[in-house]
Ligand binder design. Structure first.
Ligand code: MN
Length: 306
């Protein structure tokens, strides 16, 4: 039996039915992968995958990243519930990261090797809110006029999680979390050519800053405007989570963001993030000027690293 693909009304996104991701043969995998490249984001409702089955599906896309020292295999659980059963609250570092994800971004652009694919599976969902939205940066690029395209094509930006979290109003305190590193800020072209489809897309997001030759204000104004204009209908696909859903997306041509929810409710997602290809997702790094202004002090490093 062949899979059933239900494209969304937007320029990206499709829902996939009549497939069991826990028992995937190679023919079906190739069908799914072709749809993934075409639609950018695929939602698989009601899969209820085990951790091992999600891991097996994730590794079909490539090598998985380790997002925390506690991650052992290809998946990691993102939950707002702490080991003592209480929920992460405003003001806590993990809460700040979660709130930061409400800004449009593509994953791991602040790492020297950015991510190519990411997936989430819903384990616990709040009664309302907490959706994930995706924006089609291929269609956003296509919608620009030739003059704008010509002006943007030679530009590159630095990417830093210190920058994006700082701008969102969160002062970073620890140095033991994924993304806060001293390898420098990757410098990436703001127009990306997809290594498999050859399509161009806007590659910016909340982590991008410091377009060379512009003041901070000019650079932020241009990057903000590009992102704001890009992330508009019909280029936005929203996924409303139900327990058991799995969603996979292409970080090489989409942006995504989390939508807010009441933090008094538990929420848990199982994530897998697939490393980019060094040929297309590895960027040179330079001094991260935003990291130095948010450098943790030696006293709070030692207290939190223990
Ligand atoms: Mn993300």
């Amino acid at each position: 039996m062949s899979i059933t693909l239900i494209p969304s009304d937007a320029t990206l996104g499709a829902c996939v039915r009549d497939v069991d991701l826990a028992n995937l043969d190679d023919v079906t995998w190739r069908e799914i992968y072709a749809a993934f490249l075409e639609y950018g984001v695929l939602a698989f409702p009601g899969q209820h995958l085990s951790e091992a089955d999600q891991g097996a599906f994730a590794t079909r896309f490539g090598d998985t990243e380790k997002l925390s020292p506690r991650q052992k295999g290809p998946t990691i659980q993102f939950s707002n519930k702490k080991p003592d059963g209480s929920l992460v609250a405003p003001g806590e570092e993990a809460f700040n990261i979660m709130k930061g994800n409400e800004g449009w971004h593509t994953d791991s652009t602040y790492m020297p090797l950015a991510s190519k694919v990411a997936m989430l599976a819903a384990l616990v969902v709040p009664p309302e809110g907490g959706e994930t939205e995706f924006a089609d940066m291929r269609a956003a690029w296509d919608a620009l006029d030739d003059e704008t395209k010509a002006r943007l094509e030679p530009l590159s930006a630095y990417h830093s999680l210190y920058y994006s979290q700082g701008r969102a109003g969160f002062r970073h305190k620890t140095d033991n979390m994924y993304g806060f590193h001293d390898k420098g800020a990757p410098f990436r072209p703001i127009v990306k050519i997809h290594p498999e489809t050859g399509r161009k897309s806007l590659y910016t997001g909340r982590h991008a800053y410091g377009l060379p030759g512009m003041s901070d204000v000019e650079s932020e104004r241009l990057l903000d405007k590009l992102l704001e204009d890009a992330c508009q209908p019909p280029r936005v696909f929203r996924h409303v989570w139900s327990v058991g859903d799995l969603v996979v997306w292409d970080n090489r041509c989409l942006m995504h963001r989390a939508r807010p929810y009441d933090p008094k409710h538990p929420r848990a997602l199982r994530a897998s993030r697939i490393s980019g290809d060094p040929a297309s997702e590895l960027a040179p790094t330079f001094a991260d000027t935003r990291a130095s202004s948010y450098k943790p002090t030696s006293s709070n490093i030692s207290s939190l690293a223990r």
